[in-house]
Design a binder for this molecule. Structure first.
Ligand code: ADP
Ligand code: ZN
Ligand code: ZN
Length: 667
């Protein structure tokens, strides 16, 4: 450590400025107390803030009389470990996000608020389950995968575990984890937001007689801090968490597992737009440990890395334990009469499965009753007043909801176009399907799983438990149903509308559609009961649908990768997206036009500024500017160079702008 006698120190402060701030130590202060990563209370503008000590400085650009003294030092031990500081440095520079906000943002709220770092905790969180689950004997593919992971102690390597749904990926993780624990190391497991159910945590707790802690947004601040603390002290051996858990400190991290690595919830979509998978990979690199990415439907980015030889490829081709993969049947509904989105062959099939005492699951990625309220006389449709979007009708509340800005209002009775009262609900959401099915199948109980029925804390788990116990026979849900759940009695899965992906302006729509179809169908026939998947589509002959269903995901993804290569799209090129929004469109346009004028790098292609696909949301006009480059580093360098110039654009005060590196949504 570079100690100096100037008394000047550098502090990370949670502000939008992309730098550290200089402070003075009080003269009486004993410098030995300071170690990087310790929290300080500091005066900042006219407030007091909590910052993190970074290091000593020889001099400051701020004139000496303007430097302020810190108020107090809050910790004896650093709350940020050296490897976490290093990771934050990398993330701040890669995502071009203010370093102070990155550093403070990775700390639990408890610490950001200045509460004591050393606290006594109740014994409950170290609760160790008494029941032990059996360790399964691995099949040869699983054994190969386990051996490959095991061969990489204390060595950085990314491994892709590409295994069809139910192929026993989790069993491989569990056995790999057992070996790491036996060596006295800790393990981090990241799962998608919807995948972190008590069942998931229970599966880990039943396997290991060590403390397993969860870390997710549904926990209280205190619970989160307890879990964080237990990991940092080495008390917790396994941390299972969602996206932000990637920033949890460990004493000795031995392995990182990322389940469902393709899942979108790993990317933070606002403020600090990091991708937890990519941060985890950098973390594994810094810690010299392996990281396992698991998925039945790997992202094209990851598959591309495998092809380039950067990631090791492990495959599980068959379902484990004798279960068979479900059979797919494409239901061509092109000229078919549908009853509220349901075809007669589907209803007939449903009845057969239900009469055998099995469960059926229907999937529709649209909640609410109807997505459109239209006037039968003149064709006028109800729009959100604050967004360029239609409002969805919700039957239970008899209200219109905008799913983009959360505006709600009473269902009007008169058309604003012609004044008549002939408003009709058109199209279907899960709520409507539930209504239709309960009339059609009065003797069966229906469970609906979407954001509306699972909003209350714990309600998702209640629903899952009741489904598992067989209380409901018909399940209808949005993509919340697609993730990881294990429903042994589901023998029929139906996808009501597979066509969304064919028309979207988003170049990733097909990849997503394929992933979703396979994930949803992966819920069928998970045990000895065979499963069947029905897919309603108007594009039954689409070659990609054929590849996905009749061949496999590997063929399907190869075709899409080839298309991306031809079109020079990610993962063959690199994107960065500037977004700006303002209450007048020209502010956002002008601002991004000025950003564009700073870009002189020839290898970077600039598209825009253009209005976003939804030009107005929540009353703000949205404009974007896309930067594209065949290599990562010139793009990174360019962003680094122009950001200070962008910060100096006066129009900045009239817009809200952001930069998204490796954006997953570009529309
Ligand atoms: P995935 O994570 O790939 O979806 P899981 O690990 O959850 O798969 O395994 C799916 C089912 O197969 C589980 O019920 C699991 O207990 C079982 N299973 C996994 N591996 C084996 C094995 N080697 N022998 C028998 N059953 C297995
Ligand atoms: Zn009308
Ligand atoms: Zn709206």
């Amino acid at each position: 450590m570079n100690q100096t006698t100037t008394g000047i120190i550098q502090v990370a402060v949670p502000t939008p400025l992309r730098r550290f701030f200089d402070y003075l130590l009080p003269e009486s202060f004993s410098m030995e107390l300071l170690q990087p990563g310790i929290r300080l209370r500091i005066p900042f503008q006219h407030r007091e803030l909590i910052g993190v000590f970074i290091g000593f400085a020889n001099k400051s650009d701020v004139p000496p009389h303007k430097l302020k003294h810190i108020i107090e030092c809050l910790d004896h031990q650093p709350v940020m470990t050296p490897d976490m500081l290093e990771l934050c440095h990398w993330a701040a520079s890669y995502y071009h996000y203010p370093i102070g906000e990155v550093i403070l943002g990775t700390l639990p709220a408890w610490l950001r608020q200045g509460k004591a770092a050393d606290v006594a905790f109740s014994k409950k969180m170290f609760d160790i389950s008494e029941r032990r689950e059996d360790i399964l004997e691995l099949n040869s593919e699983q054994q190969n995968a386990l051996n490959a992971i095991e061969a990489l102690q204390n060595q950085f390597q990314v491994l892709l575990l590409d295994g069809v749904t139910g192929s026993g990926k989790t069993e491989v993780y569990l056995q790999a984890i057992a070996k790491v624990l036996a060596r006295g190391s800790q393990v981090m497991v990241l799962v998608p937001e919807i995948g972190l159910t008590p069942q998931t945590i229970q599966r880990f707790r039943m396997r290991f007689s060590v403390p397993v802690v969860a870390l997710h947004s549904g926990m209280t601040e205190k619970q989160r801090y307890q879990a964080w603390y237990a990991s940092k002290k080495g008390i917790a051996k396994i941390i299972i968490g969602t996206r932000s858990a990637v920033f949890t400190p460990f004493v000795k991290l031995g392995l990182i597992v990322i389940d469902e690595e393709h899942d979108l919830s790993f990317k933070q979509q606002d403020s600090f737009r990091y991708h937890a998978r990519d941060v985890a990979i950098m973390r594994a690199h810094l810690n010299h440990i392996p990281v396992v990415l698991g998925s039945a439907t790997p992202s094209l980015e990851t598959l591309h890395n495998v092809r380039q030889g950067r990631y090791q490829y492990l495959q599980l081709k068959e379902r484990a334990g004798g279960a068979k993969l479900p059979q797919f049947h494409v239901l061509n509904i092109r000229n078919m009469r549908l009853e509220q989105g349901l075809s007669l062959p589907l209803m007939t099939e449903m009845r057969e499965h239900l009469e055998k005492g099995n469960q059926v699951m229907l999937f529709l990625n649209r909640r609410g009753f109807a997505p459109i309220i239209i006037c039968e006389t003149c064709g006028w449709m109800v729009q959100c007043k604050r967004c360029d979007a239609r409002m969805t009708y919700h039957y239970a509340t008899a209200r219109l909801h905008c799913h983009h800005c959360d505006t709600q209002r009473k269902l009007q009775t008169k058309c604003e176009g012609c004044g008549e009262s002939h408003l009709q609900a058109m199209g279907q959401g899960t709520e409507r399907i539930e209504k239709v099915l309960s009339a059609y199948f009065p003797n069966y109980s229906i469970a609906r799983i979407d954001r509306d029925t699972t909003r209350r804390k714990g309600s998702m788990d209640d629903l899952l438990t009741r489904i598992q116990s067989g209380e409901h026979q018909i399940l209808i849900g949005t993509q919340m149903l697609a993730k990881g759940h294990h429903f042994p009695n589901v023998t029929l899965v139906a996808i009501l509308d597979a066509d969304g992906g064919f028309f979207s302006a988003d170049f990733r729509a097909l990849e997503r559609m394929g992933q979703l179809l396979l994930q949803v169908s992966g819920r069928a026939g998970r045990t000895e009961k065979a499963g069947k998947v029905l897919i309603q589509t108007r594009h039954a002959n689409h070659p990609l649908l054929f590849q996905l269903l009749k061949e496999n995901y590997q063929k399907f993804s190869s075709t899409i990768l080839e298309e991306r290569k031809q079109a020079e799209l990610p993962p063959y090129t690199f994107f960065a997206l500037f977004r700006a929004e303002a209450h007048r469109e020209e502010y956002a346009m002008d601002f991004l036009q000025q950003v564009k004028s700073k870009i002189v790098e020839k290898t970077v292609t600039v598209v825009g500024p253009l209005a976003a696909l939804m030009p107005r949301r929540a009353g703000k006009y949205r404009v974007q500017l896309l930067l594209q480059c065949k290599q990562r580093s010139p793009l990174q360098q360019l962003l680094k160079n122009i950001l200070p110039q962008i910060e100096a654009i006066p129009l900045k005060s009239r817009v809200r702008w952001s930069l998204d590196v490796d954006p997953l949504e570009v529309f």
